[in-house]
Write a protein that binds this ligand. Structure first.
Ligand code: DSN
Length: 429
C-alpha cells in the first residue's frame, strides 16, 4: 500500500503503519475475532466521509449538510435487514454502533433500570465481559446473574433455566466470545419468555455463519440481536443492533404497542444516540453498507463453509497430537484449546506461538479463575480462510503448532515455515 502523504507528514507513524502491514502479511492469524477487510472497505474507511457530524438519524439530524449521509445510512439499514432476511415491518436496525461493548450497554440502558438484573454467560465459560462481568459497566451498573457450562463444556440449559426462574432477570443474553458449539437460541428464547425477560442475542462471533445459514438464526426467538461487523462478517470495526418494532415488556408481561407508544427499537435508537454515543462515524457506516453487500454474495457462503471446514480439521489435527479441546471439538469457527494438556498455560503458549509468527489469544477455560493467566488458547479460522487457506494448510498449521508447543523445535525454523505459508497465501494490501 502507498501512503504518499503520511510518509511526508509523519515518518514515525508512517513507518509504524508500514511495519504493521508487514506484520499482518507475515503472521498466521488464528485470533477468532479478527479478519481482513476488502480493499473497497478500506477505501471507504479512509475517505472524506470521516469529516462530518450527523448526530441524529436519517431525516432528523442535529447538523445541516446530511442529505447524502441520510441516504448512506438508509442503504446500510436496508442491506442489514435484507442480509438477515428480516421484514422492515417487524424489525428495525440501528447501524451507528461504534463497537460491540457500547452497543450492548445501549441495549441495557434502553430496556432496564440501573440496579435491575441482567443474566449472561460467565467469562470463564466463554461469555463476554459486557455480559455482566464485574469489571465492565454491565456488571457495575446492573445486578448480575450468570450461567455457565456443564462439566462437558456445553451450555447447561437446565441450569440456565433454573437460574433465570430464580433470579428473574430483565434481560437474558445468549451468545459468547469463546464457545465452540452451536447455541440453542430457541431454548434460550423460551426460557426468557418464561422468566419474563427480554432476550438479547449477541451474535458478534457467528454473524457470518448465521448469514450463510450455517448456524441457526436467533431472530425468531430474540427481541434484540446485536452483532459486531468485523469478525466472521468481515466488515469494518463497528456494531449493529436489530430490535423488534412491536413488542415491549413491562412488569414482566409482553404488551402490545398502542399507536404512538415506544417500541423496543425506538428505545434502542434513543439509547445509542444520545444515550451512549455522539455522532456516528459516517465513513464506518458506509463501509458497513459495503460489507453487507459483500456478505450477500454467493461467494460469502462458500467462504463461511470453508471457515467451518478449516476449524474442524484444525481441531481434529490438534486432538490427534495430544491437545485437549473444551467440548472435544467445534461446530463453528473457533476452538478452545486447554494448554494444560501439553503442560503449558495460555500465556506461555500464546507467547511461544507469537515468537514464530502465529497469533492466537489466551483465554479462560471453564473453571479458570484468573483471566490474565488463563489455561487455554482460543483459535479461530476466519482470517486464515480469508487468505485462501484450506484443509491442507490447517494440517500444516497444526504440525507447526505441535512443533512449537510440544516438540519445542527451533523457533527460527518454524518461523520460516510460517512465512512460507504466508507468502503462498498473500494479503492483497
Ligand atoms: N474482543 C472480542 C473477542 O476477541 O472476542 C470480543 O469483544
Amino acid at each position: 500500500m502507498k501512503f504518499r502523504y503520511l510518509e511526508k507528514e509523519d515518518k514515525k507513524i508512517g513507518d509504524l503503519v508500514k511495519r504493521e502491514i508487514e506484520r499482518q502479511k507475515e503472521t498466521i492469524n488464528l485470533i477468532a475475532s479478527e479478519n481482513y477487510v476488502s480493499s473497497a472497505v478500506l477505501e471507504v474507511l479512509g475517505s472524506p466521509l470521516t469529516n462530518k457530524y450527523s448526530e441524529g438519524y436519517p431525516g432528523a439530524r442535529y447538523y445541516p449538510g446530511n442529505k447524502i449521509y441520510d441516504e448512506i445510512e438508509k442503504i446500510a439499514q436496508e442491506r442489514a435487514l435484507k442480509l438477515f432476511k428480516l421484514s422492515a415491518e417487524e424489525w428495525g436496525v440501528n447501524v451507528q454502533g461504534y463497537s460491540g461493548s457500547p452497543a450492548n450497554l445501549a441495549v441495557y440502558l434502553a430496556l432496564i433500570n440501573l440496579g435491575e438484573i441482567i443474566m449472561g454467560m460467565a467469562l470463564n465459560a466463554g461469555g463476554h465481559l459486557t455480559h455482566g462481568h464485574k469489571v465492565s459497566a454491565s456488571g457495575k451498573f446492573f445486578k448480575v446473574a450468570q450461567y455457565g457450562v456443564g462439566e462437558d463444556g456445553f451450555i447447561d440449559y437446565k441450569e440456565l433455566e433454573k437460574k433465570a426462574l430464580e433470579n428473574k432477570p430483565k434481560i437474558i443474553i445468549s451468545g459468547a466470545t469463546a464457545y465452540a458449539r452451536e447455541i440453542d437460541f430457541e431454548k434460550i428464547g423460551k426460557i426468557a419468555k418464561k422468566a419474563g425477560a427480554y432476550h438479547l442475542a449477541d451474535i458478534s462471533h457467528i454473524a457470518g455463519l448465521v448469514v450463510a445459514g450455517l448456524h441457526k438464526s436467533p431472530f425468531p426467538y430474540a427481541d434484540i440481536v446485536m452483532t459486531t461487523t468485523h469478525k466472521t462478517l468481515r466488515g469494518p470495526r463497528g456494531a449493529v443492533i436489530f430490535a423488534r418494532r412491536k413488542k415491549i415488556i413491562e412488569n414482566n408481561e409482553i404488551q402490545k404497542i398502542k399507536k404512538k407508544e415506544e417500541t423496543i427499537f425506538d428505545r434502542i435508537n434513543k439509547a445509542v444516540f444520545p444515550g451512549v454515543q455522539g455522532g456516528p462515524h459516517n465513513n464506518v457506516t458506509a463501509a458497513k453498507a459495503l460489507a453487507f453487500l459483500e456478505a450477500g454474495k454467493p461467494s460469502f457462503r462458500v467462504y463461511q463453509k470453508q471457515i467451518i471446514k478449516n476449524a474442524k480439521v484444525l481441531a481434529e489435527e490438534l486432538k490427534k497430537k495430544g491437545f485437549s479441546l473444551v467440548t472435544g471439538g467445534t461446530d463453528n469457527h473457533l476452538m478452545l484449546v486447554d494448554m494444560r494438556s501439553v503442560g503449558l498455560d495460555g500465556m506461555g503458549a500464546e507467547r511461544m506461538l507469537e515468537e514464530i509468527g502465529i497469533t492466537a489469544n489466551r483465554n479462560a477455560v471453564p473453571g479458570d479463575e484468573k483471566p490474565f493467566r488463563p489455561s487455554g488458547v482460543r483459535m479461530g479460522t476466519p482470517a486464515v480462510t480469508t487468505r485462501g487457506m484450506k484443509e491442507k494448510e490447517m494440517k500444516e498449521i497444526a504440525e507447526i503448532i505441535y512443533g512449537c508447543l510440544v516438540k519445542k523445535e527451533s523457533a527460527v525454523g518454524l518461523k520460516k515455515e510460517v512465512l512460507k505459508l504466508c507468502k503462498k497465501f498473500p494479503l492483497m494490501y
